[in-house]
Every structure is written in structure tokens, then in C-alpha cells.
Write a protein that binds this ligand. Structure first.
Ligand code: DOR
Ligand code: ZN
Length: 427
């Protein structure tokens, strides 16, 4: 069974070529190639499949809002070939019973590789480290550990986690939020929250943990990854830490690239997220940092929530936003259209860098003969209007509702198998 993607430009560069795929790998790149199946991609761009280091899939525990199946569909439609499912499920993914389920269920669905993230501490309670080695030994697929949703607040626990993870060769990803500084907080601390009477989440709650964890990583000779960086000050700290040779990486979400706290005027809970939407100057700093490589990658923080958990008073709304199906278009809108990133740059921040950060050998690979066919075809000239109810996710909480966004994923291939085509999942 062979397949050819016709008339596509690799990384949006050079002349159009045909890309032949067989047995899960790219077997030939040339002109006038033929195969059993033809994807006509004239005028379109081929990139390596996207890798999301930060996805919430809600299985087990809140299957009313997302399952591994529905989240995988959203991922395939968004151009992803690998996602990392965060551990804040119910039960928490703090044992291999849960992490094995997530991996195997993802493989059974077969639309995207769903890599389980293990919890750093038992029950995300911040006290006792989990048996990371046992989870890692289970399927061998647990490459990342995080208490995301909450911060590993205790510096001693964080220090031991970094040391333990270093020995195992796995990654610790930190949700940087000093909880003593965010008690009761629901929105970015600034003029808008003050005017609207919303309790503020100050930048320093994030920055103090980023600074601390950079120092802990240096001290332990460990690597640390910062989830959803959101402030200009965090960018300065990352710049400093990287210049010192500290092994620190960071991600930014699409919503922190595009949106800011001017959205809060309606008190619509769809705009509530942790960390909160910041000021427009922070969003601009995030875009520049992503362009400069200070921020390494884009991660969605795809966080589905039920309508009854979102359509309530702002203070009581659950934090989080959908992201998998809109990520590419938001990156094009904020980074490619203004000239901050080329398409090769998109491949870097959405595929190559996240694959490298977490050590995935078969993702984020060059578009060359012999490489695994984890691929995404993008129509750069398309535009579409976001409609939450039309997304594949089981929830509809997109902050981009009714926005017209550029570019569309037209096909996704996982190991040579088409998982999404023309906006439809291919199960
Ligand atoms: O907004 C958020 N939602 N931030 C997090 O850290 C967790 C996530 C969730 O699980 O809903
Ligand atoms: Zn988080």
C-alpha cells in the first residue's frame, strides 16, 4: 500500500515535489510519482507532524468532557502525530496502572501517539515523589513527569524530583505558579482586573518559580521544562538562564501568543485560564521570544471543560481552553503572517523542538527519504471561522469562537497512515 502527496512544497520552500510514502516511511521525493492513493496537495506545504507537549485529555475521570478517542481526533485534525497527556486526571496518573491505560488506549484509537505524562508527586499533592522509575518501566513511554494544574511548590521536593528524573533520563515539566501568591486569583493582576473587580494573579507568581527552578536545575545538573510561559519577565529569566548554560526549556501556548486580558470585559468564563491571559505587552514579548528561540516550542495546554463548568460566574469557572485544532492557525496568524517565523520555523517550534525536548526518536524528523512518515499537509492560503461546536473535541470551550483564522491542516499522516484528510478524521 503506497501513497503519494502530490505537488507539495517541503517546509514551504523550493519547487513543488511529489512525496511517496510506503511501509510507514518516505521512500522517494521527486516528480510524477505514482501510488495506490494520491493526495493532491498543489499549492500546499509539507511539514513534519506536530508534537504537543501539553494536552489534557480527561480520561480517566471526566470522559464527559474529553476522551482519548475524541482528543486524538482533535489532535489528528490539528496536524499532530504525538501528544503528551497531562497527569491531572481522576485517578491521577501517578501509577503505571493509569499511564499504561493512556498509552494503550491511544494506540488502540490509532490516530496519534498519546504519550502519558506521569505525576511528579502522589495525587499531585506535592509531598511524596511518585515511583517514576516504575511508570517509566511500564510501557517505556513515560518520558515526562509533571504535576501540571498545580505547581511543585516545595523546593526540596522539586530538587529531589529533578535529581531522580536526571538519573532516569526523563523530563520534569513545571507549572510555574507560586500558590501563596495566587490565593483566590482569577485573572492577570493589572489595570483590567482591578477595573473589573477580579482578584489578581501577579506575574511574579510565575517568575519566582521560573527563577527558583532554573537555579535548582543548575544545582542538580538537571533539565527542567517550563510549561505555558506567559510573562515578559519569564522571557528575561529564560534568557539569563540559557546564557548561563542551564538546561532549561519552555513552551508558550497559542492563546498567550494571540490573546490578552482586554478579553475579560465580558466576564465570559471561556477566557479564564491558568496562567491567565496577560497584557498585550506580554503577548508581544512571547511572540518575540518564540521567534528568537528563547521560548523553544508551542504547546497547546488543550484543556476541555464542560459547559456547566465554564458558563458560571468568572470566579467559579474552571480554567482552561481548547487548543489542538486551532494551534497551527493561531501560530500562522501571530508568527508567520507578521514575518516573525518562516514555515521552517513553524516546523521547529511545533515539531522538531518538542520532539527533541522530550526525546522522541521518530517525531520531528527531517523531510527526507528513509524518515518515518509522520507528516502534516498545510494549506497556507485557506482561512476558516472557528466554531466550538464543530470541533472534534467533546467540549466547545474555544476562546477563538467566531474568529476567522488563516491556514488549514488538509492531511495528517501517522507512520504513513492518513489520520485526517480534508477536515475529516480517517479512523
Ligand atoms: O488553564 C489550565 N487548565 N491550566 C492548567 O494548568 C490546568 C488546565 C486544566 O487541567 O484544565
Ligand atoms: Zn499548567
Amino acid at each position: 500500500m503506497s501513497l503519494v502527496i502530490r505537488g507539495v512544497r517541503l517546509y514551504g520552500e523550493g519547487d513543488p515535489v511529489d512525496v511517496l510514502v510506503a511501509d510507514g516511511v518516505i521512500t522517494e521525493i521527486g516528480q510524477d510519482l505514482d501510488a495506490d492513493t494520491v493526495i493532491d496537495a498543489a499549492g500546499q506545504i509539507l511539514l513534519p507532524g506536530f508534537v504537543d507537549l501539553h494536552t489534557h485529555l480527561r480520561e480517566p475521570g471526566r470522559e464527559d468532557t474529553e476522551t482519548i478517542e475524541t482528543g486524538s481526533a482533535a489532535a489528528a485534525l490539528g496536524g499532530y502525530t504525538a501528544v503528551f497527556a497531562m497527569a491531572n486526571t481522576n485517578p491521577v496518573a501517578d501509577t503505571s496502572v493509569v499511564t499504561d491505560h493512556v498509552w494503550h488506549r491511544g494506540q488502540q484509537v490509532g490516530l496519534v501517539d498519546v504519550h502519558p505524562v506521569g505525576a511528579v508527586t502522589v495525587g499531585l499533592a506535592g509531598k511524596q515523589l511518585t515511583e517514576m522509575a516504575l511508570m517509566n518501566a511500564g510501557t517505556g513511554q513515560v518520558r515526562m513527569f509533571s504535576d501540571d494544574g498545580v505547581c511543585v511548590q516545595d523546593p526540596l521536593v522539586m530538587r529531589r524530583a529533578l535529581e531522580y528524573a536526571t538519573g532516569l533520563g526523563v523530563l520534569i515539566a513545571q507549572h510555574a505558579e507560586e500558590p501563596r501568591l495566587t490565593v483566590g486569583a482569577v485573572a492577570h493582576e493589572g489595570p483590567n482586573a482591578a477595573r473589573l473587580g477580579l482578584a489578581g494573579w501577579p506575574r511574579v507568581a510565575e517568575e519566582s518559580i521560573v527563577a527558583r527552578d532554573a537555579l535548582l536545575a543548575r544545582d542538580a545538573g538537571a533539565r527542567v521544562h517550563i510549561c505555558h510561559a506567559s510573562t515578559a519577565g519569564t522571557v528575561e529569566l529564560l534568557k539569563w538562564a540559557k546564557a548561563q548554560g542551564i538546561s532549561i526549556t519552555a513552551e508558550v501556548t497559542p492563546h498567550h501568543l494571540l490573546l490578552d486580558d482586554s478579553r475579560l470585559d465580558t466576564y465570559d468564563g471561556v477566557n479564564k485560564v491558568n496562567p491567565p491571559l496577560r497584557e498585550s505587552s506580554d503577548a508581544a514579548a512571547m511572540r518575540q521570544a518564540l521567534a528568537d528561540g528563547i521560548i523553544d516550542c508551542v504547546a497547546t495546554d488543550h484543556a476541555p471543560h464542560a459547559e456547566q463548568d465554564k458558563c458560571v460566574e468568572f470566579a467559579n469557572a474552571r480554567p482552561g481552553m481548547l487548543g489542538l485544532q486551532t494551534a497551527l492557525s493561531v501560530v500562522v496568524e501571530t508568527m508567520v503572517t507578521p514575518g516573525l517565523l518562516t514555515w521552517r520555523g513553524v516546523a521547529k517550534v511545533m515539531s522538531e523542538n518538542p520532539a527533541r525536548i522530550v526525546g522522541l526518536p521518530d517525531q520531528g524528523r527531517p523531510l527526507e527519504v528513509g524518515e518515518p512518515a509522520n507528516l502534516v499537509v498545510v494549506d497556507p492560503d485557506a482561512s476558516w471561522t472557528v466554531q466550538g461546536s464543530a470541533l472534534a473535541s467533546k467540549s466547545a470551550n474555544t476562546p477563538f469562537e467566531a474568529m476567522s483564522l488563516p491556514a488549514a491542516v488538509t492531511a495528517t499522516l501517522l507512520r504513513g497512515r492518513v489520520t485526517a484528510l480534508g477536515g475529516t478524521v480517517q479512523s
